[in-house]
Design a protein around this ligand. Structure first.
Ligand SMILES: Cc1cc2nc3c(=O)[nH]c(=O)nc-3n(C[C@H](O)[C@H](O)[C@H](O)COP(=O)(O)O)c2cc1C
Ligand SMILES: O=C(O)C(=O)c1ccccc1
Length: 401
């Protein structure tokens, strides 16, 4: 990296003096309202929607808001090193794009544009099993840039193995096994809209392109039969920890378990061969009323010790949020909905714009906390959590969008 990310901010200020404005908003929480204005209501509801009354969605944001950073002065802040190492891979920043299914519902190019935007910013992309494009096509669009594959473990082991082999063959360098969705949560927005993206084909590309999946279908199967077969194969509510050694024996790729919130589950995952964890409540879309991810993080970190990579998602919006997550024990974060709003607004450009904003803000947050490198972010940057103040927070804070 030849220029600090924060140089982008200076460029925008300088451009501003010439009367030019950036085409997209730079406020990372305002992406959402801009995207809402351009998206059909059902697509917006699918992305922004939470489970139940949205209690966990709000809790995710409140957890970030109640921690305050204590900036440190005069430590020298000309250069910041944002890079981190995970599973022997060097990352430009402690940020990856979260797996988000069915992205053609917000932009016709879907994950192809998103992965290109991620590659522009040097940020790894985590592709969902429920992607709108086959994983091989997304790998090709990524060029040489790093990518991980998120696995929803199908009901049929042959399909599971096939997805893993395809991911290996296409250069995905880690598997993210999501364990918090034995079934999808109770999501009123989608239920009210009668909107399930996979029903119109947006989230089943990795299945219809899979030889093992195809093998379970008559050759003349119609659309309805394909979706019904998908519904049988996709979900695996019977999965238990006892299945994990089979996956472990199947692949040499690092296995990262996503959706862990309890210290005992974290320990168990690691005992059974997981290489890393994502502390996540699926952005408040699964069990409404469940604990905020950030609140669950310290106990998970304590349970597995310092040697195991622990990532966090759910509610990360700003550079300061990334600093808070790292200060509380995360090695990196998954960035979710905001990049999908960028995708909705301007495809590949929109995604890279959102990431440039995030990395610029993170770079500045390091400068302003007197941290020369990500490794210098420690718990002593945090003030004890205090009560939330201000009219916005009195109503329950930002919604988690
Ligand atoms: C529209 C949408 C689709 C998602 N699809 C998946 C998925 O296919 N697999 C998965 O593991 N997580 C999925 N997630 C969860 C994200 O990976 C991540 O945990 C969540 O978005 C974090 O919350 P945030 O975006 O509010 O920060 C999805 C989230 C959203 C918003
Ligand atoms: O909406 C989700 O959270 C999700 O995980 C998903 C997965 C597959 C298809 C559609 C949504």
């Amino acid at each position: 990296m030849t220029r600090a990310h924060a140089d982008m901010v200076r460029d925008i200020y300088l451009a501003g003096t010439g009367g030019r404005k950036p085409r997209m908003p730079t406020g990372l929480t305002s992406m959402e309202e801009h995207a809402r204005a351009v998206l059909p209501a059902n697509a917006y509801g699918y992305v922004a929607g939470n489970a139940g009354v949205g209690a966990t969605g709000r809790a995710n944001r409140q957890a970030f808001d109640q921690w305050r950073l204590v900036p440190r002065m005069l430590r020298g802040a000309t250069r910041r090193d944002l890079t981190v190492s995970l599973f022997g891979q060097r990352l430009a920043a402690p940020v990856l794009l979260a797996p988000i299914a069915a992205q053609t519902v917000v932009h016709p190019e879907g994950e192809l544009a998103a992965v290109r935007g991620a590659a522009d910013a040097g940020v790894p992309f985590v592709l969902s099993t429920g992607a709108s494009h086959p994983l091989e096509d997304v790998a090709a669009a990524a060029g040489g840039q790093p990518r991980w594959f998120q696995l929803y473990w199908p009901a049929h082991r042959a399909v599971c193995e096939s997805l893993v082999r395809r991911a290996e063959a296409s250069g995905y360098s880690a598997l993210v096994l999501t364990v918090d969705s034995p079934s999808f949560g109770y999501r009123p927005a989608d239920l009210d809209n009668g909107y399930l993206p996979f029903l119109n084909g947006a989230g089943i590309a990795n299945f219809v392109s899979d030889p093992e999946f195809q093998g379970g279908l008559p050759s003349d199967a119609g659309e309805r039969e394909v979706v019904e077969h998908w519904a049988r194969v996709f979900a695996n509510p019977g999965l238990t920890w006892d299945d994990l050694p089979w996956l472990r024996s199947l692949t040499g790729l690092p296995i990262v378990i996503k959706g862990v919130l309890h210290a005992d589950d974290a320990r168990r995952a690691v005992e059974l061969g997981a290489d890393g964890l994502v502390v996540s409540n699926h952005g408040g879309r699964q069990l409404d009323g469940s604990v905020a991810s950030l609140d669950a993080l310290p106990a998970v970190r304590a349970a597995v010790g310092d040697g195991v990579p622990v990532l966090l998602d759910s509610g990360v919006r700003t550079g300061s949020d990334v600093v808070k997550a790292l200060a509380l024990g995360a090695d990196a974060v998954l960035y979710g909905r905001p990049y999908v709003y960028g995708l909705a607004l301007d495809g590949q450009e929109g995604v890279s714009h959102v990431l440039r904003c995030l990395l610029a803000e993170l770079d500045l947050a390091l400068a302003l906390t007197g941290s020369g490198a990500v490794s210098e972010i420690t718990a002593d940057l945090l003030a004890p959590p205090g009560p939330l103040a201000g009219p916005g927070n009195a109503e329950g804070g930002d919604s988690c969008r």
